[in-house]
Design a protein around this ligand. Structure first.
Ligand code: ADP
Ligand code: MG
Length: 320
């Protein structure tokens, strides 16, 4: 592919790291994993019209392609280090490439994450990012480690991104600060990397919420061979969400909406206070929303204590 496009990406994502022996420019990158660390590796793909709406800005696309991947490292409790970017573009448009690389770099920079290579091809707009991070052996946060009796927590607030998508689809006026906030949560998710690191040694199981709380907590339950009981009245919801949507709609976004990239994790009783204090210090907070029980289903109680029936709510496929 045209080398000038790759140069534009390289210029904007440059990051001095001693562990990058050879970055963009040769047939492969050469990387040195620090002694005594395990390598955590993940890949996620964004396709225009599927994972972000048509009309999303180049910078937002570049940010989000990295954010969804850093969120996977966060959920493992890994420290981000390197990335690869496979870029498929309908046209070789330099200003679009500059925007993509700028958005990517804005998120990469505070983590000192280096883009060390990639691939560039022509086709429908698609970005695949591979991320690499470090974690001490045996310390990664797994989906499979939830214990009966654990409290279930989430970081931040839930449902904002799904509400933001709804607003984009309705061509809502994003000069309204609340609409702007929700759309920003969709386009510029903030991966909870620091929270993931703080949870190492404290959380039992952990996952990032990409497909919706019920689906992703369902993955923890399936991997850990446990069930969960959630109180809908405890779901953390932003004031923007509660202002612009009624209680039932905002609850459904919080339960089933994707793209929030918050962490959902389980904690045994002796670590609850420490986890709440350290995540409060980080600013994202941690809200207890329920507990792990024996069984194989995620069940949700409403404010009156009635179990919400999955078959009436359209998310029965999120059960075991
Ligand atoms: P090759 O044909 O040997 O794979 P390429 O022309 O695809 O060579 O890539 C040349 C160099 O540029 C490689 O180091 C590759 O990793 C890097 N590269 C290509 N596309 C991208 C991209 N979208 N982002 C970052 N690096 C890229
Ligand atoms: Mg190549």
């Amino acid at each position: 592919m045209e080398f000038s496009l790759i140069d534009r990406i390289r210029e904007r994502t440059a990051q001095g790291r001693d562990d990058v022996r050879l970055g963009i420019g040769d047939d492969a990158a050469l990387l040195a994993v620090p002694a005594g660390q395990e390598l955590a590796v993940a890949i996620d793909t964004l396709v225009e019209g599927v994972h972000f709406p048509q009309g999303t800005s180049a910078a937002d696309i570049g940010w989000k392609a990295l954010a969804v991947n850093l969120s996977d490292l966060a959920a493992m409790g890994a420290t981000p280090a390197w990335a690869l970017l496979a870029l498929t573009l309908p046209h070789a448009d330099p200003s679009f490439i500059d925007g993509l690389a700028t958005g990517f770099a804005q998120l990469a920079q505070p983590y000192r994450l280096a883009l060390v290579g990639g691939d560039t091809t022509r086709g429908a707009l698609t970005l695949s990012v591979v991320v690499h991070g470090f974690v001490p052996p045996g310390k990664a946060l797994l989906r499979s480690a939830a214990q009966v009796g654990d409290s279930v927590f989430v970081t931040g607030t839930l449902g904002d991104a799904a509400a933001g998508l709804k607003l984009v689809q309705q061509h809502a006026n994003d000069t309204d600060a609340r609409a702007g906030y929700l759309i920003d949560r969709l386009n510029r998710p903030a991966p909870r990397v620091a929270a993931g690191l703080a949870l190492r040694g404290y959380a039992n199981a952990c996952i990032d919420i990409s497909d919706g709380l019920l689906a992703d907590l369902g993955h923890i339950c399936a991997s850990s061979k446990v069930g969960a009981e959630i109180d809908a009245s405890l779901l953390p919801r932003s004031s923007a969400l509660l202002d612009l949507f009624d209680d039932a709609a905002s609850r459904d976004f919080a339960l089933s909406g994707g793209d929030d990239y918050e962490l959902c994790f389980t904690v045994s009783a002796q670590h609850v206070a420490a986890v709440q204090a350290s995540l409060a210090r980080l600013g994202c907070g941690a809200t207890r929303i329920g507990r792990i029980v024996e069984g194989d289903r995620v069940r949700v109680r409403d404010a009156a204590g009635q179990w919400l029936e999955p078959e009436h709510r359209g998310w029965d496929h999120f059960g075991a």
